[in-house]
Design a protein around this ligand. Structure first.
Ligand code: GLN
Length: 329
């Protein structure tokens, strides 16, 4: 089966119109800046591993990346320290608990379960190398810049709000400091974590970032390498098993591709070597995942047989199906 660029675009437009009126879910409200987001914001963007861009809705609307940042900072920690050293500080086990759970961080486990929940992400961020807060922040922003292909900025009011209200994250960091899982730059690392969550992106940026992971670490638009290919496997594995919080098992079962969501309403999903998918829509379900985002990804997966274990070999060759036509939209 082949699908032209035009008909793929038409399918995205149809999905957009189909779910535009779905008004389930609630916009995150733990800080006022997120509560201000318009629940009607909605966009879908697919970027192929050879750099074609398909957009439905307003993919330019900016929002903060939130937990989706965890994926990319994990890649930077791997690059800075290697697999074994990172594994000694952050595990790779899904928890089945909410993203901000503190309950499994105890005397027995010490190590946070995985890098996609807050505790693990704070531990990951604490591993970012650099001499002082500014150098570490700049290294992190440089890394994000390689993924999106342009300069990136932090939303200061979100950052300040995250920092002043992040008592639970601070408690987890203190516990991990006590267990020796993070070093004595704890406050600096927490700031860095709140800053990474407050980085501004749009849906198109997220899809390019996802496509960079699909394209083995090379940004398909700029040709720049964002992360060494050898760590793509690690990143996609934890996304597949842990990326959708305590919905990860059901997601793996129904959608079947690595993904990550964030509380501002973004979801990225990766079809390795083929496409990066991003959906943005702020209203969240009880797990903290975008309601429209889940629907769109479920339908795309079903329609194009993207599930890793779909016959005959999974991840049906969407890229080949799309043919060789180049160009936006
Ligand atoms: N800034 C949020 C937090 O640390 C990010 C959480 C999320 O997107 N799930 O609580």
């Amino acid at each position: 089966m082949g699908v032209s660029s035009q008909s793929f675009q038409a399918i995205l437009d149809d999905l957009y119109h189909k779910y535009k009126t779905l008004d389930d879910g609630k916009v995150a409200s733990y800080i006022p800046e997120l509560a201000k987001m318009n629940p009607n914001w909605f966009s879908i963007c697919v970027v192929t591993a050879d750099g074609r861009v398909f957009v439905a809705g307003d993919a330019e609307q900016l929002f903060t990346i939130q937990s989706i940042s965890k994926v990319f900072v994990y890649g930077l920690a791997l690059e800075d320290h290697g697999r074994e050293a990172v594994l000694s500080k952050v595990g790779v086990e899904p928890t089945g608990d909410p993203f901000n759970s503190i309950i499994r961080l105890d005397e027995y486990s010490k190590r946070p379960d995985n890098p996609m929940i807050n505790a693990g992400a704070i531990a990951t961020t604490s591993l970012i190398k650099g001499n002082g807060a500014t150098e570490r922040l700049n290294r992190m922003l440089d890394m994000f810049r390689r993924y999106v292909g342009h300069d990136v900025y932090i939303d200061m009011s979100v950052f300040v709000s995250e920092r002043s209200s992040g008592h639970r994250n601070r408690a987890m960091a203190s516990l991990m400091r006590h267990f020796g899982m993070i070093d004595d730059r704890m406050d600096e690392s927490l700031d860095l974590y709140f800053q990474q969550c407050s980085m501004m992106v749009n849906c198109r940026d997220l899809a390019v970032m996802a496509a960079t992971l699909a394209n083995r670490g090379i940004n398909p638009i700029t040709g720049d390498r964002a992360v060494p290919t050898r760590y793509i496997r690690d990143i996609l594995s934890v996304m597949y098993t842990c990326g959708m919080y305590n919905f990860a098992g059901q997601w793996a079962y129904t959608v079947g591709i690595p993904a990550k969501s964030g509380v501002s309403g973004g979801i990225i999903a990766i079809v390795p070597r083929q496409v990066g998918i991003a959906v943005f829509s702020p209203p969240l379900d009880t797990h903290g995942n975008s309601v429209r985002g889940i629907k769109v990804c479920e339908e795309l997966s079903r329609q194009f047989e993207l599930h890793m274990f779909d016959p005959p070999m999974g991840c049906s060759h969407l890229l080949e199906q799309l043919g060789a036509v180049r160009g936006e939209g």
